[in-house]
Design a protein around this ligand. Structure first.
Ligand code: UDP
Length: 327
């Protein structure tokens, strides 16, 4: 049976992926320092959770000595864009420097398959929508830059010692598992959909719309919302890809369809049956007007397409989670 090390497996996208891997008969060890991860997000008893840091050479080397991993899926990272602008060193340290200890342990122990959580933030302000992988990568914040740097590290490791990687550039992750057992839980929460739903629940007075004067049909920002279970399945397909004699791959994970902030709020009103008060605010620093993926490379190379990412299903699962959150 295949065994995979998942860093950040107690986090949002990581935990959904871990469940999918287990359901496919893969043995999983999760390495998570639990700074943002939730032990309760790991629901399968077969999964071993190691509370440790991937930047700790002793911890990672011991893991590779004890287990024979065929691949590593690396989720663990800080993801607050605003914080990355205010405190860039925290992001370069955690997202770029610390994974080097993990990669060194992989090299030492002969593990040469790596799947990396990258992001559409590596494109910065795209020139062409929908965004293809040929778009220039010029991030506008330290979060995107730290992810792009690690993509480059992976390229160099491929040339030097044959590390094969798949970099998955996520668009806007959202939604929750259909059975309501796991879902999105950030502290602080900054993402649009959970904040809208917390407003619907009465935990917040209003949802702020950051910017209504963008060059978009209704003036609010447009994003490509992708269900977390679709992201999870892309990781599973990336594992299969890595077993074939193919070159490293970098591809977008999105639907190719965008929704504005105002459209998402309107759809949430329909799903929840709640009023949801809106306050129109100025633009949030660092927000591009429109981010929509061209998803064809992922389809061509991984055989992946988004199947659970219609806005109705995203909001339905996220709302069910919000009503009965376990953590
Ligand atoms: N947004 C908003 N109000 C909020 C949070 C987010 O209007 O309280 C907007 C944000 O400006 C962006 C979109 O919703 O245009 C998605 O933001 P989110 O933080 O969810 O994801 P991001 O696109 O930053 O990764």
């Amino acid at each position: 049976m295949k065994k995979v090390l998942v860093t950040g497996g107690a986090g949002y996208i990581g935990s959904h992926t871990v469940r999918l891997l287990v359901s496919q008969g893969i043995q999983v060890v999760v390495l998570d320092n639990l700074v943002y991860g939730h032990p309760k997000a790991i629901v399968d008893e077969s999964v071993m959770l190691v509370n440790g840091d991937l930047g700790d050479a002793q911890v990672v080397n011991q893991l590779f000595s004890e287990h024979s991993f065929s691949a590593v899926i690396h989720f663990a990272a800080y993801t607050y864009v605003g914080e990355s602008v205010e405190n860039p060193l925290k992001y370069y340290e955690n997202n770029m420097a610390r994974p080097l200890a993990l990669l060194q342990a992989m090299q030492r122990h002969g593990c040469r398959q790596f799947i990396f959580s990258s992001t559409c933030a590596t494109y910065g302000e795209p020139q062409v929508i929908p965004i293809t992988e040929q778009e220039s990568q010029t991030p506008i914040n330290a979060y995107g830059e730290s992810k792009l740097m690690l993509e480059k590290v992976l390229d160099d490791c491929y040339r030097a010692w044959g590390l094969k990687s798949v970099c998955l550039r996520y668009f806007n992750a959202c939604g929750a598992s259909e059975d309501g057992l796991i879902g999105e839980s950030h502290d602080p929460e900054t993402h649009l959909i959970p904040l809208i739903l917390e407003t619907a629940l009465g935990k917040r007075d209003a949802i702020k719309v950051f910017g209504t004067d963008y060059d978009t049909p209704d003036g609010s920002c447009v994003r490509d919302y992708i269900h977390v279970d679709d992201l999870a399945s892309a990781h599973y397909q990336a594992l299969t890809y890595l077993q074939e004699e193919k070159p490293p791959l970098k591809c977008n994970l999105g639907t190719g369809q965008g929704y504005s902030v105002k459209e998402v709020i309107e759809a949430a009103r329909a799903i929840t049956g709640k009023e949801i008060t809106v306050i129109e605010e100025g633009r949030r620093a660092g927000d591009p007007a429109e981010l929509i993926a061209a998803p064809s490379l992922a389809k061509q190379e991984l055989g992946w397409v988004a199947e659970k990412s219609d806005l109705h299903h995203i909001l339905k699962t996220a709302w069910q989670w919000e009503l009965n959150r376990r953590y």
